[in-house]
Write a protein that binds this ligand. Sequence first.
Ligand code: OGA
Ligand code: MN
Length: 261
Amino acid sequence: IDLTQPLDRDTAAALNRAFVEHAVLVVRGQSLQPRDFLAVAKQFGTPVRQHLEQFNIPDCPDVSTISNQEKTKTGKINVRGVSWHTDHSFTPEPPKATMLYSVALPDTGGNTHWAHMGAAYEALSPDLRTRVDGLSAVHAYTDSRVPPDLDERKREAAEDVTDGVAHPLARTHPDSGGKAIYLNPLRVRRFLGMAPEDCSGLIGDLVAHATQPEFTYTHRWQLGDMVIWDNRCCMHKADTDYDFNQIRLMYRIILAGDKPF
Ligand code: OGA
Ligand code: MN
């Protein structure tokens, strides 16, 4: 398939069905400019402007970048996406999908991993599934790239931090009807009605369960790969196991989503 060419209706429908069925699609050997990539994205949904505006491509701002050259205000390298998460879960209507197109890659390493949270949900023990079914999680943005530890959760509970949005921990996929564990260890601050120590324990247990090899896929990037994944039923993370003198750069698009239910 050549994604610079308009997709006919049957092909676009087949790709969308494959996306719902498989959650991660990889299309290799593409040669896309930001504008081509944006046109591809519109075959899957509605691209939305990304909130870290400094990374948006000036003459095509609905396409953003993610790279290993990003720095904090103090000049420290700050790579996004290196710990298990799902994108933008701190918003009331998190994006249904994220798309990456590889522009520059290190010689080796820098793989991306996905965990299928629908498969992980189906494999929960009946007791744990009942527990997950009854919980809501409060998600909030911080600029941290690592999950909060138990001390931080206790401090937040003591300070009665109330900002953030609550989403069900067991989420129903609007297109497939299947349920998935909707967890973002980076942004979930607490579960409603649960003590901080129990929150940390449950998150740890669910991540350990969901990231077992049978629920995960690891992508070894080649230049020209286009990947789209379903944020409603996947967590993902990137490896940082390579020489940071080599540039790793992706174009990035997110697609509008619905309020989780
Ligand atoms: C992202 C992300 C992982 C990667 O774009 O949301 O987490 O492999 N990317 O760069
Ligand atoms: Mn991400």
